[in-house]
Design a protein. Structure first.
Length: 382
């Protein structure tokens, strides 16, 4: 049973802030293919990242429900999916550090993220993103007790703009179980951040390569244990997965309101198109999907925070629905607006942005795989 809900006052506050920042700059940032760092700073200064973080780390001592409420506000008020994808990456990194960081790691890295620096989580390489065990980035230990990390990451959200990153690599000398997470300052010597990749959408959430050439990483900047990277990353990106669901619902809310209004204005066959049942069906299908996604995501957040056994399964359900619902909702707009929807503009942009969500954060197929595996393991545990 869900024990908390997101706070409407926080939602409204961040909605209004995003409407006067993110929404105003989204077109320019799309054209210029960049993360909107001005809005990022303003939203950071308003304390969004502090919401779920303990006071002793500079946070405001709330919970992830508070963050979810504020994030819903940004999604609905900012109306820019890309900006929110960049926020998901940042939130995931904050949770990784809060949950698994040592006291030193938390003290050092978290305040940077709370105060406007941009974070990234870099798993994917040219060998593929679904099967992260094929990564080749690797570290060797140096005589001074540090590690030297070399490798190449691709398609990393915030990569071109990020200040720090959680990077998945290997420590071959550790033996068979060697996949490990490294906290890396992206301004360090040996790190090169590439130009934004030319994606069809989400141009305000630039993805890009991160090249690491013999980068010095102190052993205290290993997150978790050497060899513990895969388990840890699967757990920490669980939050990212459900945030996609929260994002999908809140981003589509105002769009669906506009679609509904349009069905009452636009006439066909001497009546508003909203009188035609096939049109009504499209609108209600989008609403069914949106509400299901919202509520399954709340359920997933609750399960995650309560550390219930079904948390991972629920987060994958939320992520799966997020991608499909964003696709359906934005396609509904395109269909209902007819030729106006098909003209290059806000509706085509929304659809192109939405399609990124069936791949980013783990593909739909990988969510199915996780759900099936989790179903089996929950059954065995019962
Ligand atoms: C907008 C965007 C942002 C991104 N941001 C990041 C980021 O911040 N950090 C990061 O590390 N990566 C990021 N990525 C990369 C993303 O995580 C990968 O693209 C994704 O995991 C898929 O990997 P791939 O592209 O290599 O496809 P592949 O892994 O090569 O998969 C190709 C196809 O095969 C399917 N497939 C693979 N294995 C299976 C299986 N076992 N069962 C069924 N189907 C399977 C996949 O679902 C897919 O359809 C981002 C991608 C996008 C589009």
């Amino acid at each position: 049973m869900i024990t908390h809900f997101s706070d409407p006052a926080l939602r409204t506050r961040f909605h209004d802030l995003a409407a006067t920042t993110v929404a105003k700059r989204a077109d320019d940032c799309t054209a210029e293919h960049r993360l909107d760092l001005d809005s990022w700073q303003e939203i950071s200064a308003a304390g969004i990242w502090k919401l779920p973080v303990a006071e002793e780390l500079g946070g405001s001592g709330g919970t992830w429900w508070d963050f979810a409420a504020a994030f819903e506000g940004v999604a609905a008020g900012g109306r820019d999916l890309g900006f929110c994808l960049s926020m998901v990456a940042q939130a995931g990194l904050i949770r990784s550090l809060s949950t698994y960081g040592t006291p030193d790691q938390r003290q050092y890295w978290i305040p940077r993220l709370l105060n406007g620096e941009v974070g990234a989580t870099a798993l994917t390489e040219t060998t593929g993103g679904s099967d992260v065990t094929r990564i080749k980035s690797a570290a060797t230990s140096a005589p001074d007790g540090t590690y030297r990390l070399t490798g190449h990451k691709d398609h990393i959200t915030n990569g071109p703009a990020a200040d720090l990153a959680l990077i998945l690599g290997r420590v071959p000398e550790a033996g068979k179980r060697d996949i490990t997470l490294f906290l890396v300052d992206l301004h360090a010597q040996g790190v090169t951040r590439g130009a934004p990749e030319d994606m069809m959408g989400n141009r305000t959430s630039p993805t890009g390569p991160i090249a690491l050439d013999d980068v010095r990483v102190e052993s205290r900047n290993i997150l978790g244990e050497i060899g513990g990277g895969v388990d840890l990353i699967y757990d920490t990106i669980a939050l990212d997965r459900l945030l996609y669901g929260i994002l999908a619902a809140s981003y589509l809310d105002p769009m669906l309101d506009e679609i509904l209004a349009y069905t009452q204005q636009r006439q066909a066959f001497r009546v508003p198109i909203g009188e035609h049942q096939y049109v009504q069906g499209r609108v209600t299908d989008a609403k069914f999907a949106l509400e299901s996604t919202r509520w399954v995501s709340y359920g997933a957040l609750d399960a995650l925070l309560q550390q219930r056994p079904e948390a991972s399964l629920m987060c994958s359900v939320a992520k799966y629905h997020a991608g499909e619902t964003l696709k359906l909702g934005t396609e509904t707009a395109l269909r209902v607006y007819g030729h106006l929807g098909y003209m290059e503009g806000p509706h085509t942009k929304a659809l192109k942005d939405a399609l990124g969500a069936v791949i980013a954060g783990g593909t739909a197929e990988m969510q199915r795989k996780n759900v099936f595996n989790q179903m089996r393991s929950l059954q065995h545990a019962a």
